[in-house]
Design a binder for this molecule. Structure first.
Ligand SMILES: [Zn+2]
Length: 395
């Protein structure tokens, strides 16, 4: 969710506009934009396609958002949580959380664009929502205001491009045990297409790997953990998924220097090769094909998922089949920071792509712990070496 007018270093406007619903100019504008009503989930929103950006393809990501934030409220046993977001655009996330989610009673939305603010206010009125405050600040001023006036329980950071510049101000703006989700849409950088930018923005080196989606999520988790460490905050990964150009990582934020150090100690390297080999064991050449190894890292290699949270999310995801499938797969995923992409192995072996479930069944029968992965439904997570995975193709 972005606004076209967004600029990270826009001169600050230290005022908050709280537009009155009753004012005549607003009603005139409301009449104009009400003709552009769009329904997402149960929520009416008012994008105009020109000034306020709305991407209907992001609906799945927002379905996941509503389920996960509601699940988190349940996880910590609260029903009066305060939610905030600096990049609201149409306000669809906050409004959907209010209408379709549970556990939240206060919603502090913000956008630097005054058109967006008007659209949000119109949406709040049309959806009959209460407990909302709408700000018209640049993101940094908004986050600073949250930190000064009272930290929130949950925050969603969804800028255009990378969330990296907003990590520290965001982590400072939530309470201990707060919940934060970051969106990274600079997938060419996270896809290791622009290596220099990957080093500069994320402090990671890597060439292209076959477990790319998981690596993207882990690079995103790493930068949040590293930025948190500088200010003695531990953002503990609770969930991550990659959909199209959205890399989304969810964290429980803890004010704990020792926990932060534990997370930092899980920043490590993944070694992989063109033949499909992947391992956490240090090596310079591939033990299978003898070619030079691609070293990816340092990236977070610890747990990305809180099973306790996902168990609640699965229960709440019945109405969203792809969400349910994703949560269910994540819940049963073995704890390894990479997967084997069967389409890649099939290409090497010049064979048809087998069913992931068939290969997983065989590998488990061979005695290797194996599971599907929520990052790729044609991928396999297994403790078996790549040679054994390849041999399973012939059964
Ligand atoms: Zn190799």
């Amino acid at each position: 969710m972005t606004t076209l007018a967004r600029a990270p270093f826009y001169p600050t406007s230290h005022f908050v506009k709280r537009l009155e619903f009753g004012c005549a100019s607003f009603l005139n504008l409301a009449r104009i934009i009400s003709s552009m009503e769009t329904l997402e989930g149960l929520t009416k929103i008012y994008p105009d396609g020109k000034n306020i950006f709305y991407n209907s393809r992001g609906k799945f990501v927002r379905d996941m958002f509503v389920i996960l934030f509601s699940a988190y409220a349940e996880y910590i046993g609260k029903n009066d949580m305060k939610f905030a977001e600096p990049f609201s655009a149409t306000g669809v996330k906050g409004m959907r959380l209010a209408k379709e989610g549970h556990g939240f009673s206060n919603f502090i939305l913000n956008d630097i664009d005054s058109f967006a603010v008007k659209s949000i206010l119109h949406g709040i009125e049309e959806n009959n929502l209460g407990g909302f405050e709408v700000n018209n600040l640049d993101a940094f001023s908004f986050l600073d205001k949250l930190k000064t006036l009272g930290r929130v329980d949950a925050l969603d950071i969804d800028p255009f491009g990378s969330a990296a510049p907003y990590i520290q101000p965001s982590l400072r703006s939530v309470k201990d045990k707060g919940f934060v989700a970051f969106t990274f849409t600079d997938t060419p950088v996270l896809g290791t297409v622009h290596n220099d930018a990957l080093v500069k923005r994320y402090h990671v080196k890597s060439n292209k790997v076959y477990f790319l989606k998981e690596l993207q999520a882990r690079i995103a988790a790493s930068i949040v953990i590293s930025e948190g460490s500088v200010i003695n905050v531990a953002p503990v990964p609770f969930f991550a998924h990659v959909f199209e150009h959205y890399v989304r990582v969810y964290f429980q934020v803890r004010a704990s220097p020792s926990l932060s150090l534990d997370l930092m100690n899980k920043l490590s390297y993944i070694y992989s090769s063109e033949c499909g080999y992947a391992s956490l064991e240090k090596t310079d050449v591939c033990p299978y094909c003898g070619k030079r190894i691609n070293v990816s890292g340092p990236v977070y290699t610890g747990k990305l998922f809180s099973n306790e949270l996902i168990r609640i999310a699965v229960k709440n995801a019945v109405a969203c089949k792809p969400c349910y499938k994703l949560f269910h797969t994540a819940l049963n995923e073995i704890d390894l920071p990479y997967y084997y992409e069967l389409s890649r192995l099939a290409n090497i072996l010049k064979m048809q792509v087998p069913s992931a479930l068939k290969i997983i069944g065989l590998l488990n029968r061979f005695g290797y712990e194996s599971s599907p992965t929520s990052f790729s439904y044609s991928g396999v997570k297994t403790r078996a070496p790549v040679s054994v995975v390849k041999s399973a193709f012939y059964f």
